[in-house]
Design a protein around this ligand. Sequence first.
Ligand SMILES: Cc1ncc(COP(=O)(O)O)c(C=O)c1O
Length: 383
Amino acid sequence: MRDKTFLMIPGPTPVPESVLLDIAKHPVGHRSSEFAKVLESVYSDLKYVFQTKNDVIVYTASGTGAMDAALSNLVNPGDKVLSLVIGNFGQRWAKIAKSLGADVEVIEVEPGKAINPQELKDRLDRDVNKEIKIVTLTQNETSTGVTNDVKTLVSYIKEHGALSVVDGVTSIGAMECKMDEWGIDVLISGSQKGFMIPPGLSFLAASEKAWEVQRKCTRPDFYFNWETNRKSVIANSTAFTPAVSLIAGLKTALEMIKEEGLDNIVERHTKLAKALREALRAIGLKLFVEDDSIASTSITAILPPENISVPDIRKTLKNDYYIEVANGQNQLKDKIFRMGTLGFVCERDVIMAVGSLEAALYKLGHKFEPGSGVAAVIKYLNK
Ligand SMILES: Cc1ncc(COP(=O)(O)O)c(C=O)c1O
């Protein structure tokens, strides 16, 4: 059946129809006064979502582009960067820093675990000569479905004096992330996640302290240069030709986010992810992250039942029920599957997804009481 697929991967996420219709319109000139008005609204609303007074730069690039933009404006060869790694995306920060000639140290934990804030504090306390200039971290590690305690981690980084550079790709617009209040120095995100628009845009905001470091960067990237891009933000413009159609869609998506309110959005994500976890347990599935206190509210990683493979589950869900869920990445490929409850997702979607997962598992021979997952979701949602 055409046009029926429902994305429950951790991005791209479902896109609201009104946003799709905006994107479908004929593109406007990027130097026109109409587009300047669109940008004015987008730049202002992005500050609301990032919870910051800092300007938010919009790049025509995927989330990794904004990660590159962050470090390529801060790192000089030989600078010491400490990367907190709890999965693939934390690792990506370390790779980017290395590519820029940084002296990278990594604190890594096994997949499925979060960074222990005390471990970071101990490491920073030992750095009496303040050699560590930057600490990179991921709020929500999409590859494992684990959320770091960014508020506490950033407070220790601030105390030490290094810059905190935070990946909020699958957390912003889904979970609490207060840039200014928590003292985050650089925060980045991507469009195809909590922002409810297709891939192609990414966002970056930097604190005054980060801007001071940027000014001393000897070879900041040309396209991603913060200064060039910020000048345009201030003028309600863009430095280069932007993805005008995506930005038109973003304007509407941000209005929807404001209408719902960030606190309500966080509450919705929490409720839906918890309901999903209850259902999965009721069906007899094991969660990759059993500890509810660190479990992501935007992505849930699940172990397949014994004797049923991840590819079979994904294939059945896609072919028979038109629901797309993600495989594990790298060493977790075919070991886990991941269901996103990120962005434009409501209670109906989770009920439907759990029912479809039950139907798929039933077909594949998993032994459980059909309906037990759906019953668990309904009960949880109506508690
Ligand atoms: C946490 C996190 N960081 C970074 C990225 C990279 O974003 P992109 O694939 O848009 O470059 C992703 C993508 O899924 C992600 O989930």
